[in-house]
Design a protein around this ligand. Structure first.
Ligand code: CTP
Ligand code: ZN
Length: 158
């Protein structure tokens, strides 16, 4: 599945015909991003590359979803965990669009509230978080219990 390229510096997985490639994810975050997007879509081929050597520097994760183009709201959800990701839309083997995720003002349902006393942890209600970004730090506040959480805390509740 993986092979060294000519310069022996890069590891590549097979190209896809149609679908989405989520690239430049922080190393080891791939599984978490799949979970954030609601899991592996039924009957779709998904390839996860983890801790791959990045061309820029360091390591990265990468997800390929065949036969499925992510929607704008799915793309933007990714900003919560990986603001620097690149979402590539592939059609007929060519990247036709590169999208950068934008943190949405409201995040619904994707994350549970870390506050054990929050009503969303006791009744069947979707969570709603209001997002704020200040000096590159993402903070979420729960619409119901109004508590604020850092991005690092939220990662545990995806
Ligand atoms: N890709 C793929 N199948 C294709 C085309 C591209 O899986 N048919 C993958 C590439 O392997 C790469 C990503 O989609 O991981 C983006 O492709 P491309 O834009 O060609 O690569 P780069 O120029 O390296 O992208 P960037 O500048 O965003 O790093
Ligand atoms: Zn809450």
């Amino acid at each position: 599945m993986t092979a060294k390229t000519d310069n022996h510096k890069e590891i590549r997985v097979q190209a896809i015909k149609n679908g989405t490639v989520i690239d430049h994810l922080p190393a080891s975050f791939g599984l978490l991003i799949i979970k954030l997007l609601g899991g592996i879509p039924a009957r779709k081929i998904v390839t996860l590359g983890s801790n791959l050597k990045s061309r820029a520097r360091g390591l990265k994760d990468l997800i390929k979803i065949e036969g499925r183009e992510l929607t704008e709201s799915e793309v933007n959800k990714i900003a919560l965990l990986a603001p620097h990701a690149t979402i590539n839309i592939v059609r007929d083997y060519r990247v036709i669009k590169k999208i950068k995720p934008h943190l949405p003002e409201i995040i619904k349902g994707a994350v549970s509230c870390p506050n054990p006393r929050c009503i969303t942890n006791h009744e069947i209600i979707s969570t709603i978080f209001h997002t704020r970004i200040d000096k590159k730090i993402v903070t979420l506040s729960c619409h119901y219990c109004e508590k604020q959480f850092s991005q690092a805390e939220i990662v545990k509740y995806v």
